[in-house]
Structures are given as structure tokens and as C-alpha cells.
Design a binder for this molecule. Sequence first.
Ligand code: DGY
Length: 322
Amino acid sequence: MDNKPVVLVTRRLPAAVEQKLGERFTTLLNPEDRLYSSAELLNLAAQADAILPCHTEKFPAETIAKLPVRVKAIANFSVGVDHVDLQAAADKGIIVTNTPDVLSDATAEIAILLMLGAARRAGEGERLVRSQQWKDWSPDFMVGRQTTGKRLGILGMGRVGQVVAQRARGFDMKIHYHNRRPLDSEQAGDSIYHDSVESLLESVDVLSIHCPAMESTHGLINGKRLALMHADSILVNTSRGGVIDDDALVAALKSGTIGAAGLDVFNGEPDRIHPGYRELDNIFLLPHIGSATDETRKAMGYRAIANLVAIFDGAEPGDRVA
Ligand code: DGY
């Protein structure tokens, strides 16, 4: 038995990532990619010095309290860390890291895809062709909304938000944003800062959400705020479902308070999402694939490994969040 630290990997990662991890650590892998229950997770963690989970594994305070003392780190394969109680981990002395930057391009691509899909009714069109219901072409057939030259509002102008803004400039979109603080002038370029969510919502044709899920952003997009958007506007979410009040969004899409939505993330995903979303035509839905490209998934894995190596070398990991 070697004396490499043991890392519990909760989901199957790209083969190259698992191989690289194995060069430095003893790995407890999940080749069948089964979703572990909390009990199974705790059981397996008994043999581990660190855990490399995805957002699909939850670490609320109760689970963290039960983790064996030998677990020193939770090195996430995700940028979002809302599945981990960071305070509970910090209180227990467990280091938590994430994988920022490397997924910004891939996630921005999906935000743009959602914007275009919602604007141009791509879901409806696809269903029509597949189901052999497409019978005609006419000047008013499947007329959607044009995004070229329109105003794009970015809620949360962090790494992903900034890439989305950059891509949208290619469509001549005018960028508006809300953040806790305005960007410095070089980063902001010609984008327009709004010091409140409300002001942003009133001023844009498309809203793209990029703020992290946390207590202060839970249900941020509620009925009152949706009512500030105009009737032709489009809402896009690639961050986390928790930022949206689903009942309010479904009602806004049904009543015409807003025009359309494109969602990649949901409360209750994958199988308990709001049933109203499935019934609406003016919504374009994807199954949480923001970071799902080969390059990005490998880069996320290597970033998690770099964090683990730093931790077990006694150095500060680059992406520490707790
Ligand atoms: C992330 O990295 O947060 C993605 O949503 C996948 O978990």
C-alpha cells in the first residue's frame, strides 16, 4: 500500500483527468457513475483524505458534521459551490475549492444559445420538424424576436458575464449590467452600470443571469421584478435555478408579462423541475450543460487536481472558497 493521499471522486471524470489524478493520489473512483446517497458518500469518505465532488453531491451542515476528521478538503469539479455549506466546512477546518475561469467560454456559449433559442423559437421549431407537424411556410410563420442591436442586461458581471457581454457585442448588442460594484473602466468598456437590479430589468430587452446562488440571491427574480421587464423581453439563466422564483416566471411567461425565456438550470433538477416549464411554448430548455464540452470538462478536472496538489503540498490552493 503506497502512502499517497486518498481522493474520493464521486462521479466519473474524463479518463485523462482520472489518470492524472491517479499519478499523485490514490483514487476511489465511480466507474459506473452512480449517484451516491448521503449515506454512501459518508461511508466512502471514511477512507478518504479529500473528496472531489460535482454539484450533484450535496454537503449541507449535517453531512459535513459527519465527515470523518481525516477529510481535509472538498475540491469541487464546479464553479458553483451552493451544494456545499461553506461555513460548516470552514468551521470544521475543511478546505473547499472550485474551478472558476475554465468554464466561462463554454457557459457563455450556452447563454448565447439560450438567448437565440428563446428569441427565435428554436424549441418550438425543432418540435414541429421532428413531429412532422411542419406543413407550410408563410410570412407570419414562426416569427420571433431579433436580438441584433438590442439591449442585453447582465446580472452578475463576473467572469462568465463578461464573456457573454463580449460575445453579444458581436450581435451589436448594447451591454447593461448590475454587479455589487461597477467594473473598472477597462473591463467595463462601453457597458452601462446599473446600481440596482430593478434599474437593470427596466432597461433591457434580454436579461442573462450570472450571479451565484446564495442566500442573498435566492428567489431574486420574483414576480415584482419580472413585472419591471417589458412584454417582449427575454430572460436567460445559466447560473442556478435558485435565483428564480419558478411560480412567478411561469406566470410571467403565461400572461405575457415577458416574452420568452431560455433556461439551462432549474430548481429541483433534473427530475423535479416546475411542471409549468414543460407546458409552455415560449421557453427554450436545456439540461444543465453550460460547461459540457470536452475541453472544458478536462480543464475543470485539471483545475481541481491543481487545487488538491497545492493542499497536500501544504500550499494555498488557487481557488479556495472556504
Ligand atoms: C458549475 O461548474 O457550477 C456547473 O454548473 C456544473 O456544476
